[in-house]
Write a protein that binds this ligand. Structure first.
Ligand SMILES: *[C@@H]1O[C@H](CO)[C@@H](O)[C@H](O)[C@H]1NC(C)=O
Ligand SMILES: *[C@@H]1O[C@H](CO)[C@@H](O)[C@H](O)[C@H]1NC(C)=O
Ligand SMILES: *[C@@H]1O[C@H](CO)[C@@H](O)[C@H](O)[C@H]1NC(C)=O
Ligand SMILES: *[C@@H]1O[C@H](CO)[C@@H](O)[C@H](O)[C@H]1NC(C)=O
Ligand SMILES: *[C@@H]1O[C@H](CO)[C@@H](O)[C@H](O)[C@H]1NC(C)=O
Ligand SMILES: *[C@@H]1O[C@H](CO)[C@@H](O)[C@H](O)[C@H]1NC(C)=O
Ligand SMILES: *[C@@H]1O[C@H](CO)[C@@H](O)[C@H](O)[C@H]1NC(C)=O
Length: 477
């Protein structure tokens, strides 16, 4: 018995050893396809492809994954690093990858410097499901027959230089759950056929030059969670069919377009809404009362439109970022629901008709505050108490108010980089503690005395009562 099991073990062992040595190299088509692709990569400074060597098992190469049963290459994942030029790849994508006929996933992320046209090899891969070619330099038009990739479940070409229109055949990609074409140079209208992509949960076309109306095609989407169309040239009203996304949509970003009309009141019914950005459009009217019901909203940006009072009292659990700047609001005070938010990091209420003393703004928690912009209001008093509580504040913009305090006693938070107190009524002199800032502006105040040695230009200090020393005129004392 013991001997039998010993023999079986030995047999199995030899079997696994021999099968291992038989498959020391992967399928010849996969190996060739990958090595010819490698030849097209002209520069690979960090050696991302250095393990790709003929005669070794390509299934063990960096970024290459094989199917466990047939040992054919199933996915190719090459990741650069967005901010590290040493991790960029330069070159083009060889059509030889079309030999990898079992490939279902292609991921080239942040390799930055891969150029050339839309990679045609994708059309020869019957198993293809996922394509993410993000942050590279692919250019030229998207192929008219892109709809032939009908097995695709995700297509991202975000952050390239594709031009021309979004082909209408895109409607044939009916299995898509993600479509990301943002940060390219695409123009023309959003094809109405996009309404046929019923399974889509994530749709982003931002930072292109798309024009015309947002097509009214959202009534067939039942799973859409993320819709981003910001930074285009879209015009017309927010289409009615968006209302059908109420149960699912968490992110709606339509900022920096040319949209007109009102905010539809049905948006208050979007129970999952986390982020709403309608900034920099030509929207008018009031912010609907139904916004009270957006209890889960964390990021709300309505800046730079033509909205008017009254702004509804919100019942948010906590807002993280709020920007209502430069509309036609007269908020008078910073709303209470803002001051009580425990997690706010960015508060921007510039040009909102606020007329309070800054000392009266006593946020419950200040730990997370990174940015406060209250420029162009009628805020009086002193920021000293507030700044003494916001240790991590990075930027503070208060220009164009009526602040009156002695700047000598200002405490500059230790993380601060930008401070704009221009166009106020500030007295005293400029404290030495400003030297650590990246940007400073205290012009148009009533400051006096010798300036500390800084790198800031004349304009940062101009139009005060009697400041002296470089970059202004020398002191007489
Ligand atoms: C990107 O590729 C081009 C040639 O295709 C090359 O001239 C350039 O130096 C590369 N840039 C980087 C950062 O690798
Ligand atoms: C798309 O949705 C349909 C029904 O809603 C479903 O049967 C199908 O499996 C989905 N496809 C994908 C890729 O999720
Ligand atoms: C919000 O939803 C409720 C029920 O789900 C509906 O009765 C109401 O009309 C909707 N409100 C708006 C403004 O669409
Ligand atoms: C908020 O929602 C509730 C029910 O979900 C509804 O009865 C109420 O009218 C809504 N309030 C506003 C201001 O829309
Ligand atoms: C700054 O805060 C500390 C406590 O955190 C307090 O002792 C001090 O008086 C404050 N200074 C000013 C000017 O408010
Ligand atoms: C500002 O405060 C400093 C230090 O407390 C003081 O010497 C100076 O006279 C004050 N300046 C004015 C204009 O009140
Ligand atoms: C400083 O502020 C003034 C008035 O707000 C503005 O005109 C000027 O351009 C600003 N200068 C710098 C260097 O930021």
């Amino acid at each position: 018995m013991a001997i039998t099991s010993y023999l079986i073990t030995l047999f199995l062992l030899s079997l696994s050893l021999s099968s291992h040595s038989c498959l020391a190299t992967c399928h010849v088509d996969d190996e060739t396809g990958l090595l010819v692709f490698k030849l097209g990569i002209k520069s690979d400074p960090s050696g991302i492809l250095s393990s790709w060597k003929r005669g070794t098992d390509c299934c063990t190469w960096n970024g290459v994954d094989c199917d466990a049963t047939n040992k054919r290459v199933s996915s190719l994942s090459i990741y650069g690093q967005a901010n590290d030029p040493n991790k960029y790849l330069s070159g083009t994508i060889s059509t030889s990858l079309g030999k990898l006929v079992y490939l279902w996933g292609v991921y080239f992320l942040n390799t930055r410097n891969i150029s050339g046209p839309f990679p045609k090899f994708l059309f020869s891969l019957p198993e293809l499901r996922y394509v993410y070619i993000e942050n590279n330099k692919l250019s030229g038009p998207l192929p008219i027959n892109i709809g032939k990739l009908s097995g695709l479940q995700a297509l991202s070409l975000e952050g390239n230089r594709f031009t021309g229109v979004i082909p209408s055949s895109i409607l044939q990609l009916a299995q898509l759950t993600q479509l990301k074409l943002g940060k390219n140079l695409l123009s023309g209208p959003i094809p109405t056929g996009i309404g046929r992509l019923k399974n889509v949960t994530f749709l982003s076309l931002e930072h292109n030059q798309l024009s015309g109306k947002i097509p009214d095609v959202f009534s067939s989407f039942s799973d859409l969670m993320y819709l981003e169309l910001s930074y285009n040239k879209l015009s017309g009203a927010i289409p009615l069919s968006i209302s059908t996304l109420a149960p699912t949509l968490a992110f709606l970003k339509l900022g920096h377009n040319a949209l007109t009309g009102n905010i539809p009141s049905y948006l208050g019914n979007f129970t999952k809404l986390d982020t709403l950005d309608l900034s920099s459009n030509f929207l008018t009217g009031i912010v609907p009362k139904t916004f009270k019901n957006l209890t889960k909203i964390f990021n709300l940006n309505l800046a730079r439109n033509n909205f008017v009072d009254p702004f509804p009292e919100m019942f948010v659990r906590g807002i993280e970022s709020l920007d209502l700047s430069y509309n036609n609001f007269n908020l008078i005070k910073i709303p209470k629901w803002v001051a009580t938010s425990p997690i706010i990091y960015s508060l921007k209420l510039a040009g909102c008709g606020i007329k309070m003393r800054l000392d009266e703004f006593k946020p419950t928690k200040t730990y997370y505050y990174d940015y406060i912009d209250l420029s162009d209001n009628k805020i009086s008093g002193s920021p000293i108490t507030l700044l003494n509580r916001t240790d991590f504040l990075v930027g503070f913009w208060m220009s164009g108010n009526m602040l009156r305090f002695n700047m000598s006693s200002l405490i500059i938070p230790k993380m601060s980089q930008q401070l704009d107190l221009s166009r106020n009524l500030i007295i005293g002199n400029v404290p030495v503690s400003v030297v650590g800032l990246k940007k400073l502006n205290v012009s148009h105040n009533h400051l006096c005395g010798r300036l500390p040695v800084t790198k800031f230009p004349v304009e940062a200090f101009a139009w005060n009562d009697c400041l002296c020393g470089a970059p202004l005129i020398p002191c007489k004392f």
